[in-house]
Design a protein around this ligand. Structure first.
Ligand SMILES: Cc1cc2nc3c(=O)[nH]c(=O)nc-3n(C[C@H](O)[C@H](O)[C@H](O)COP(=O)(O)OP(=O)(O)OC[C@H]3O[C@@H](n4cnc5c(N)ncnc54)[C@H](O)[C@@H]3O)c2cc1C
Length: 504
């Protein structure tokens, strides 16, 4: 996302500049990856990012500017399930404390888990209720809990000041993500969770052609404008530039051949693990501040899997879209829909797509144990004659376990799928699906330093990992736009509203 956006924007503003985009894999898109499953030409299995919230103005304006067709990302209905501690609940059941299998305090009972989190956040940070994102950003920088600065505290540790451990377990179990309630930097987590809570109604969109259409479109427009794209071309080394001299670097192709390049300026649109894989080959690692800044974010493991069925077996259960949540290791499933119900599709085609599992943290560790392919480390991926694909077919043992968990959650015997996809984002070169700021990091100081880690070297870093919108396309775009404005003197992107808050 960051790489294609930077290339496209620079080429639009500087048509005569020679700009080359290097992509290490055989696919443009990185953590946006939309697969068209067999037998479902109008469906997309979104094995990376899948939706855009209405408060992410940057990406939504960009999508509109590029005239990419969108459609609502459906939220489901009141029938969607919560299967927690062996009990099957619907949303309304949370209003009845007798039905909720968690030992909650009296003031935590009878509240849906999403509202419970919101209430706890305002108890921890009562001043935040009416603040805009820039005001909230200022407040959190100076905020102290007693003598301790907010960034020196862990997020879940803070919530424990006002909530029972059981309430936090409920929010984690029913909320779909373990990492969202982890013990990362309280200052950033609270900012991220509160910055958009003032929005009256949040809804989600997705791209009709799949989320990957966004970086693919940017790459295509860049190429049409005369930009050069080198695929399967991995940055291998980066030398310290001499004073006023060009930046020298080496790229390595799939067949291991290495080629040297020179450039006036280099933008590294790489997350933490991809940068770490350059250790020993990149002069940035000689700078202690850079090494410390790099480590100020943690890559969070997550995996996703999709199964294709010849019928929407979930519809007789009253489930038509949206997601169900569980504390089983599959954690979340999303009813993506049926081919024949899509605009322009053959209505007799009942092939249906399910995101059968979406899990992070310790749940993603559960699925790792099934992996039977050498995909995790870059060395083993590169040793293959063909690049290993990001998404693989789940093994029979995995499918058996996926179906067992789906059957338990839904209370029916789930039929066999005809196709499946599994992706593990902890594998190289991603290192994680998304990132979070570590406790003690002062993100507002790290972010500007990462944009240019060594003052006199024209090498810049951007992307989701070092942003205030970690885990979102918005974060990749905000940091990239800041690099373009600050380091290349580009005017602000014309499709953004005046006063858009990028991040510090
Ligand atoms: C499971 C999952 C769900 C998500 N859900 C959403 C969502 O619903 N909505 C949303 O907005 N966001 C979502 N996100 C986040 C979003 O996908 C990312 O924030 C965004 O795509 C990151 O873009 P990036 O450019 O920073 O990094 P990446 O997409 O990681 O791009 C880095 C690129 O660099 C390449 N590369 C790595 N090493 C080298 C090298 N040495 N040389 C050359 N190239 C190299 C990689 O192949 C990759 O193409 C999700 C992410 C995941 C994984």
């Amino acid at each position: 996302m960051a790489g294609t956006y930077a290339a496209w924007r620079l080429k639009c503003e500087r048509p005569d500049a020679r700009i080359t985009l290097f992509e290490g894999s055989d696919r443009i898109g990185g953590r946006l990856h939309s697969i068209t499953p067999p037998g479902m030409p109008n469906m997309r299995a979104e094995i990376g990012g899948m939706r855009l919230p209405s408060f992410h103005r940057f990406v939504l304006n960009l999508v509109q500017h590029l005239e990419l067709p969108t459609r609502p990302f459906k939220e489901g209905n009141a029938n969607n399930l919560y299967y927690l501690r062996g009990q099957r609940l619907r949303a309304e059941d949370f209003l009845n404390p007798e039905k909720v299998p968690y030992h909650l305090r009296p003031n935590e009972r009878g509240v849906p888990p999403s509202l419970l989190l919101k209430e706890l956040l305002y108890q921890v940070f009562p001043e935040a209720a009416e603040l805009s994102p820039p005001e909230l950003d200022q407040l959190r920088r100076n905020y102290k809990k007693g003598l301790t600065a907010l960034e020196d505290l862990g997020f879940s540790e803070q919530l424990l000041q006002v909530a029972s451990a059981e309430a936090l377990e409920l929010i984690r179990d029913a909320g779909g993500y373990y990492t969202a309630l982890g013990n990362s930097n309280a200052s950033d987590m609270i900012f991220t969770l509160l910055a958009h809570r003032r929005e009256k109604e949040v809804h989600f969109l997705t791209l009709e052609d799949g989320m990957q259409a966004l970086p693919l479109t940017l790459a295509e427009r860049f190429r049409q404008a005369g930009g050069e794209i080198q695929m399967n071309t991995r940055l291998h080394s980066l030398a310290r530039p001499s004073e006023q001299g060009p930046v020298s670097f080496e790229v390595r192709f799939q067949d291991q051949e290495t080629r040297s390049w020179r450039a006036k300026q280099v933008i590294l649109c790489l997350p933490r693990r991809a940068l770490e894989l350059l250790l020993g080959q990149c002069f940035l690692f000689e700078h202690a501040q850079f090494v410390s800044d790099l480590q100020s974010v943690a890559a969070q493991p997550a995996s996703k899997y999709f199964l294709c069925f010849d019928q929407p077996w979930w519809e007789p259960l009253g489930l038509d879209s949206g997601r169900s949540d569980t504390d089983l290791p599959m954690r979340q499933c999303y009813y993506f829909g049926t081919e024949g119900d899509q605009p322009g599709a053959d209505p007799n085609n009942r092939n249906s797509l399910l995101m059968a599992g979406y899990n992070d943290g310790r749940a993603s560790n559960f699925w790792e144990t099934f992996l039977s392919y050498p995909n995790r480390l870059l060395e083993s991926r590169l040793a293959q004659p063909q690049p290993l694909p990001d998404a693989v077919s789940p093994t029979p043992a995995m499918i058996e376990e996926m179906l067992r968990q789906l059957s338990e959650v839904h209370g029916v015997k789930v039929p066999d799928p005809y196709q499946g996809y599994f992706v593990d984002y902890a594998a190289d070169p991603h290192g994680g699906a998304w990132h979070s700021w570590q406790t003690h990091a002062r993100s507002w100081e790290v972010m500007p330093r990462m944009r240019q880690p060594v003052a006199d070297a024209p090498i810049y870093i951007c992307g989701e990992a070092y942003s205030l919108d970690q885990g979102w396309v918005e974060g990749a775009l905000n940091t990239t736009e800041l690099v373009l404005q600050e380091k290349f003197s580009l005017p602000p992107a014309p499709f953004l509203p005046a006063g858009h808050f990028y991040s510090p």
